[in-house]
Ligand binder design. Sequence first.
Ligand code: TPP
Length: 279
Amino acid sequence: MAVSDEQLKALKEKAKRIRIDILKMLTDCGSGHTGGSLSAADIATALYFYKMKYDPKKPDWKGRDNFILSKGHAAPLLYTVLAHAGFIEKSELCTLRKLGSRLQGHPDSKYLPGVEISTGSLGQGLSVANGVALAHKLDRVPNRVYALLGDGELQEGQVWEAAMTAAHYKLDNLCALVDNNGLQIDGPVAQVMGVEPIADKWRAFGWEVMDIDGHDLGAIAAALDRAETVKGKPTMIVCRTVKGKGSKVFEGKVEFHGTTPSKEELAIATKELEEGVCK
Ligand SMILES: Cc1ncc(C[n+]2csc(CCOP(=O)(O)OP(=O)(O)O)c2C)c(N)n1
């Protein structure tokens, strides 16, 4: 299956809408993670609107593929994607981080349909993904499992235990993606604790590895297609991204890791996104 020009156009439009909705909800709320939600917006768009099987009306449908947002602080992205996919109403997005809301600062699987597992403590998602993928193998079902990690998150030791486990159990129904935006909470990943060469490390751990532009929806779709053909080992897609992607207001600015736009910044960013200023 290859992505058509028409599909690609629709995916680009969807990613744009998702970015604008993320920024609106974050501006409204006044707290939350901007940079890492925007950097992974194209990845999540390709997963939810090109590749994954799910039924928003039956979030627990047994035939679904599973998405695990290991970098749980990108909750605004997940909530927006779930709203666009029909799991929740778009009007609920404005309840982000409010007392009693289902949309807490980090995703809570107990309250929100479509969230497979509560995340936020970095380093744990891939281990969970392994368990789900192994269960699908034991059940002899074709469901696939996707896990999204941050590059700063790769500093967590548990990630590498999970990397070994997935290869050991030959989890070819598992596809992990790393949002390789080069920044973490308080500086460049390379300065805090370097994780490069990311692709070589995963290869050495026995994974099939692809290295792509994480904002090229055609490349993401093609990589996800190819991952399905890999046999006997898990796949890692290293997605080279820009933190804060979509507007010059946020791009490459570490201070927007956990701060939200002002109303003025929202207006500028929305205009830039509408006009496609950032390619
Ligand atoms: C175990 C753990 N330690 C620290 C944090 C605090 N924290 C939240 S986001 C973040 C930076 C993560 O960087 P990265 O994975 O590169 O995320 P991205 O840049 O894509 O947002 C940190 C340290 C956490 N959530 N969990």
